[in-house]
Design a protein around this ligand. Structure first.
Ligand code: ADE
Length: 227
């Protein structure tokens, strides 16, 4: 999968993709991330990328031209399956959306700033608008990092058996059950007996019960009823 990220602050996005699973995905050639500085596509002599909004009002708007030039260039080089704009008024990201996007080949992610981008970019280029939650960040970069992390680990071949995404919270609309590792007892705090029993049917049943209990207590909305 190739991801082109369009940003005014590429330096904010250099480290999130340089460690752990995403770095391994890049090393294996499964994930190819390219950062593009929108300012490099400004055509005026001061390299301005934003301007006052028509009609008045507080806050600057990211101008249409540099972003259009950059996207046109990228689209001239290859086909894109999705051009995503990170914005607080987009659809709220969840595991289902991450699963869908992780199956794409090439995507562009546009990070917003200031008051947002000129609406004509949204109308003519953007295919999907995503928010990472009902709060406003100072820019779309951290939201893009969240999206890339969440989809990157789902791309086939990125995770191995130990890190398999199949048992993640949300993957089957359930939260994950509690997990334990050695020692079996610490300060009198014991690991549940069943996990030490070696009876895999019983363990599986226990995990299912715990996942359901946790989901009912913490995220009943995931169960699709009002419990
Ligand atoms: N940009 C600013 N706030 C955001 C949010 N909550 N989600 C996505 N992009 C954003």
């Amino acid at each position: 999968m190739r991801i082109d990220i369009l940003t005014l602050l590429p330096q904010l996005l250099e480290s999130p993709f340089s460690a752990s699973i995403l770095q391994r995905a890049k090393d294996k050639g499964i994930l190819d991330i390219h950062l593009h500085n929108i300012r490099d596509y400004a055509t005026n002599k001061h390299k301005n990328v934003d301007d006052y909004q028509y009609g008045g009002g507080a806050g600057m708007v990211m101008a249409v031209e540099p972003i259009a030039l950059l996207i046109d260039q990228l689209k001239g080089e290859r086909e894109y399956d999705e051009i995503i704009y990170m914005t607080p008024d987009g659809e709220v990201l969840d595991q289902n959306i991450c699963n869908q996007i992780s199956l794409k080949g090439n995507i562009i992610i546009l990070c917003g700033h200031y008051k947002g981008v000129d609406e004509r970019i949204r109308e003519h280029y953007i295919t999907r608008e995503i928010s990472i939650g009902s709060y406003v960040l100072s820019g779309g970069e951290l939201a893009a990092a969240v999206l890339v992390d969440a989809i990157g680990r789902l791309i086939p071949g990125v995770l191995n058996d130990e890190t398999s995404a199949l048992t993640d919270s949300f993957q089957d609309n359930l939260l994950s059950p509690p997990v334990y590792t050695r020692p079996p007892e610490f300060r009198g705090w014991k690991v549940p007996e069943v996990l030490l029993s070696g009876d895999f049917n019983k363990i599986e049943l226990w995990r299912e019960e715990q996942a359901l209990k946790r989901t009912k207590a913490r995220r009943p909305d995931l169960l699709g009823n009002d419990e």
